[in-house]
Design a protein around this ligand. Sequence first.
Ligand SMILES: Nc1ncnc2c1ncn2[C@@H]1O[C@H](COP(=O)(O)OP(=O)(O)OP(=O)(O)O)[C@@H](O)[C@H]1O
Ligand SMILES: [Mg+2]
Length: 296
Amino acid sequence: MARKIAFLNYKGGVGKTSLIVNTAAALVKAGKRVLLCDFDTQSNASIWLLKLDRWNTINAANGGSVYSIFENKAHLRDLIVRNVVEGKGGDKLLPGLDLVPTTFNLVDLENEYTGDPKRPPYLIFQEQLASIEADYDFVLFDCPPNILRASQCGVFSANEICVPANPDALSLIGFTLLIEKLQKFHMLSASFRRASMGPPAQVTSIVFNAIKTGVDIEVPKMRMQLRLNQFRAAKRVAPNAKILDTQIRDAMVVRRAVTLGLPVVLVGQDANDPGQDNVVSDYRKLTLELLNQAAG
Ligand SMILES: Nc1ncnc2c1ncn2[C@@H]1O[C@H](COP(=O)(O)OP(=O)(O)OP(=O)(O)O)[C@@H](O)[C@H]1O
Ligand SMILES: [Mg+2]
């Protein structure tokens, strides 16, 4: 069974998309098959990985993105963009990284969508994913900073939640809010849960992201740890939930990678030199930590 991880925090802009794209790429470099599902209406991960031209084609066609499955226009398996990262000549730069793309119409799921209440969108998505997930070692869900309908698809299908955080009070508030909303969603969706789906997603990891050189993050880290301890004692996060030892440094190349339409592991000459201490080695370490962390 694939490990299914939603990247989520109620605080926006903490680096969910950067973290998921770069971690997905690092997992592929470590030999894993990864499916990244974009559930953010901003489509940041999709635009990044497809680059604008290919994404524009899907957006203009008003089909081919994840919203199509809720309109009964397509099956999830037909939407997957296989080996999504391409060079200028269409050469496959990162075989093994597949994408379920989204386009701006995903926002309609929140308002205009009038599907059968007995078959909420998260159930439709989960059923279709179940038929293809055996092809993958990891399925990762990029979510917006909420648990509205689009995000619910990722949360319901996932068994683990990774919380990207910055060392500030707002990230801590975002994490706290996430735990409250998560509990409500699990209660709301409990009647649709089957044993074969595995446990409902709980927070398993917190990752500090975009840490500037010379900035001491011990105090915000300690506050986050205290909050995590409280939630663990109350059984509101996974028993093995932890702040990962790896933290991702703030690095210009992370922002530049978006412009280039490439994950950071493919940018720069020394990107794959294991001897280098840089942001790529942070993502590599994070990947190893995730691989070592027991699922559930
Ligand atoms: N390690 C990093 N170093 C430098 N810049 C970073 C790093 N991580 C993220 N950023 C930058 O911070 C900004 C926000 O990151 P990102 O879009 O990944 O956040 P997000 O949590 O997905 O946001 P949203 O809530 O809008 O989906 C982006 O401009 C991104 O390039
Ligand atoms: Mg994002």
